[in-house]
Design a protein around this ligand. Structure first.
Ligand SMILES: CC(C)(COP(=O)(O)OP(=O)(O)OC[C@H]1O[C@@H](n2cnc3c(N)ncnc32)[C@H](O)[C@@H]1OP(=O)(O)O)[C@@H](O)C(=O)NCCC(=O)NCCS
Length: 167
């Protein structure tokens, strides 16, 4: 994709974000459906009630059929999620529909979100499975591993927290 179509994520995008959360969380590997995600707080907190003031996201792809999303949510206190770093740092979730992967959309969305977030947040963080090829994308954009952040994830493999300092 040479010139990705990108726009800000708004409250009306919540249904699409559930679909993208399904991809980002590898929920199919566990035999889950998109609807199941709503019953799993560790996942639903990334999307439920999308559109509050601190939410920031990018939707990618044609207007009539979006195919990717990258979004940030400030998840603190009881809502702190897999990639929690501190109360000022929102967590990133990102996914591209399988049909559109490997075409540059994920990179374009992430670069746009990083640019948009710079005026709002000091950093962003994420949790990623250690063997996920997405780690290379994150490293290219400037994310670094958080020391001693390796944990055993829901799938029984290892996940690591990464952080990108914005200022
Ligand atoms: C990660 C993801 C959003 C990247 O979007 P994309 O449009 O495919 O990415 P781009 O074409 O811009 O860049 C390619 C990079 O994406 C990553 N990537 C490519 N295919 C991937 C896949 N199937 N799964 C995970 N990451 C992948 C790699 O880092 C790749 O870089 P490389 O070519 O150096 O290996 C997308 O592949 C995806 O949705 N993967 C499945 C969900 C996921 O793993 N989300 C992240 C959870 S932390």
């Amino acid at each position: 994709m040479t010139s990705a179509l990108l726009r800000p994520a708004v409250a009306a995008d919540e249904p699409f974000l559930w679909e993208m959360l399904y991809e980002a969380s590898h929920a199919a590997d566990q035999g889950l459906t998109v609807v199941d995600l709503e019953t799993i707080p560790a996942l639903s907190r990334y999307v439920e009630g999308w559109g509050v003031e601190s939410d920031l996201g990018v939707i990618g792809g044609p207007a009539e059929s979006p195919c990717g999303a990258a979004w940030l949510r400030l998840l603190t206190g009881a809502d702190a999620a897999y990639g929690y770093v501190d109360d000022a740092t929102p967590e990133l979730a990102i996914a591209v529909a399988p049909r559109a992967r490997g075409t540059g959309l994920g990179t374009a969305m992430l670069e746009r979100l990083v640019a948009d977030a710079a005026g709002h947040y000091p950093a962003m963080s994420l949790s990623v499975r250690e063997d996920n090829p997405a780690r290379r994308l994150y490293q290219r954009v400037g994310f670094v591993d958080v020391p001693r952040s390796r944990i055993v994830n829901r799938a029984g493999t290892t996940s690591i927290t990464m952080v990108l300092r914005l200022r």
